[in-house]
Ligand binder design. Structure first.
Ligand code: PNS
Length: 178
């Protein structure tokens, strides 16, 4: 069989790291854009974050697994320690980060430069979400939901369902994570 250019080049994977507490439609948008550039995307949940999360790491992984179920190019994983070490362990080609607005830029530049300092061969690729997702953040979704607002337009259905489950659990009902 004649080999093609695709056969000859190495498979290129990108790591999309984050807290994903919870994943929003903005994150989903970035994953889909990254999949147009890379053969595979690993959505990697940081496990040793200092901030107090709404969802446990296991719950976030379960949600991500549901959101991307049946999509062969997408892997859901966890990592701790330095991101660049994880990128090297996975032999990934790049780190993906979303840039929603100028306000993201400073923090993202700091991280990209620090990661480059720690590992000069690891590139960070910034992708811009659709403008309808440019105001979205996990923090705002949680705030709106906790104050009784509707978040249907901002998150995948799996996230809204689990937010409702945690609300019911807080009212004394069972907290189902699956
Ligand atoms: O979704 P977030 O919370 O903005 O994601 C931040 C994340 C997970 C990408 C960042 O905190 C991270 O990479 N943490 C791993 C620790 C690390 O490598 N720190 C040094 C480089 S900035």
């Amino acid at each position: 069989m004649t080999s093609t250019v695709t056969d000859q080049r190495a498979r290129r994977t990108a790591i999309f790291p984050g807290s994903f507490d919870p994943i929003t439609n903005g994150h989903v948008d970035i994953v889909r854009r990254a999949l147009r550039l890379f053969d595979g995307v690993v959505v990697a949940v940081l496990t040793n974050a200092s901030k107090q999360p709404h969802f446990t790491v296991d719950e976030r992984v379960a949600i991500l697994g549901e959101v991307f179920a049946g999509e062969p190019g997408i892997e859901v994983d966890t990592f701790d320690g330095l991101l660049v070490d994880y990128v090297q362990r996975k032999q990934a080609a790049a780190i993906i980060r979303g840039l929603r607005a100028v306000s993201d830029f400073e923090y993202e530049m700091q991280m990209a430069h620090m990661n480059r300092h720690l590992s000069p061969t690891v590139e960070t690729v910034f992708l811009i979400p659709d403008e309808t997702n440019s105001f979205l953040s996990s923090r705002l979704v949680k705030e709106v939901f906790s104050l009784g607002g509707t978040v249907t337009a901002f998150v995948p259905p799996a996230v809204e369902r689990r937010l409702q489950q945690t609300r019911e659990a807080a009212r004394g009902g069972p907290r189902a994570v699956r």
